[in-house]
Design a protein around this ligand. Structure first.
Ligand code: ADP
Ligand code: MG
Length: 338
């Protein structure tokens, strides 16, 4: 979209939280675990907010949607199973509620109180997206071959075997996000300078996938990649900086080899070349790098991939895999007043 104009000189940073910021791999998925983990995350996020910086948070929802799907499946004899886009909305509510509460408390402790506003977000996808003809994203639990066959037959699910992990999983389409519907409204609020009073949590799980129908929108059974969603959010808000927070310190070259090389500061063209070479796996690091490359097509922008502990350093340009042009960011903007 466009850069911001006007008098607001705060650096606008979109932080995309990976699953690990909410629930760790070996967690059982209890509420208490999620609270503990999000509290840690909130502490770090709160330390970044200040007069010169404005944060917008977006987050994944994979494990949470998986749990809701399973819950629905187990309860199906008594309670109708909701469509997947409704489960997406539920996770935005559940995680928005959790992150908002912890972040508000952490900000208050830092002496930078903000009202944290989770926005139930919808993301437009195209009904003609080729992804609908070729589902690729595994969701939910593992099934035996017989169960998988039955679901393929009775519910029309697309199933794929995951040999390494011993089971079959349902695949759903992962269409490209085209537009974040609530984006312009959130942007107007922030551009009006209200970022010193409120902090938004947006497009959880990449947003609820919707397609145009008549005067409105209808949800579709699909999942949006949260990293692609984050690039869309950062662009829609005219952010200077997009940071993807995950469970590794950055992107590596030769990731599955004995000696992976972690990338630090890297030029955009080099990152693009490594992506084309297939260094970043599909469905995990690939979409993060893709999100960065998409975001970086705008002028004077910065992008980083980091883990939570290194996030403050990454934002200072001293950690993480980062495309960090010196001519980018808020200082450059100050040097070139409009
Ligand atoms: P998130 O929930 O943060 O989106 P993902 O599991 O989707 O987490 O992505 C992070 C994972 O990507 C890492 O844990 C790592 O296993 C995997 N990965 C794949 N390729 C690479 C790479 N080239 N460099 C670093 N990590 C990689
Ligand atoms: Mg991921």
């Amino acid at each position: 979209m466009s850069e911001r104009t006007g008098r607001d000189r705060r650096e606008r940073i979109v932080v995309a939280l990976g699953g690990n910021a909410i629930q760790r791999a070996h967690d059982h998925g209890t509420w208490a675990e999620a609270v503990r983990q999000v509290r840690r995350t909130a502490r770090v996020l709160a330390s970044l907010v200040g007069p010169a910086r404005e944060l917008i948070v977006t987050h994944g929802n994979g494990p949470q949607v998986g749990s809701l799907l399973r819950e629905a499946e187990l309860g199906a004899a008594e309670v109708p199973v909701p469509p997947m886009h409704v489960l997406d909305a539920e996770t935005e509510g559940q995680l928005g509620y959790l992150i908002a509460g912890e972040l508000e408390a952490a900000l208050r402790r830092r002496g930078r109180p903000r009202t944290v506003l989770p926005i139930i977000s919808r993301t437009e996808v195209s009904a003609a997206d080729p992804a609908f003809r070729r589902p690729t994203k595994p969701v939910g639990r593992f099934y035996t071959a017989e169960e998988a066959q039955r679901r393929q037959r009775d519910a029309g699910w697309v199933m794929r075997e995951d040999r390494a992990r011993g089971g079959w999983r349902r695949l759903v389409p992962s269409p490209r996000p085209r537009r974040w519907l609530e984006g312009p409204a959130v942007r107007r609020i922030l551009d009006a300078g209200l970022g010193d009073r409120c902090l938004f949590i947006v497009a959880g799980g990449g947003g609820i996938p919707v397609v145009r129908r008549g005067d409105g929108w209808v949800g579709v059974d699909a999942v949006i990649d949260k990293d692609r969603g984050a690039a869309l959010v950062a662009d829609a808000l005219g952010a200077e900086t997009l940071v993807v927070v995950t469970d590794v310190p950055g992107a590596a070259v030769g990731f599955r080899t004995a000696r992976p090389r972690w990338l630090g500061k890297v030029p955009r063209a080099e990152l693009a070349r490594l992506a084309r070479r297939g260094e970043f796996e599909e469905g995990s690091m690939g979409p993060k790098v893709e999100a960065g490359l998409t975001f970086l097509t705008g002028p004077r922008r910065r992008f980083a991939i980091t883990d939570l502990g290194s996030l403050p350093k990454a934002l200072a340009g001293r950690a993480g895999t980062r495309v960090w042009p010196r001519s980018a960011g808020p200082r450059a903007r100050r040097a070139r007043p409009k």
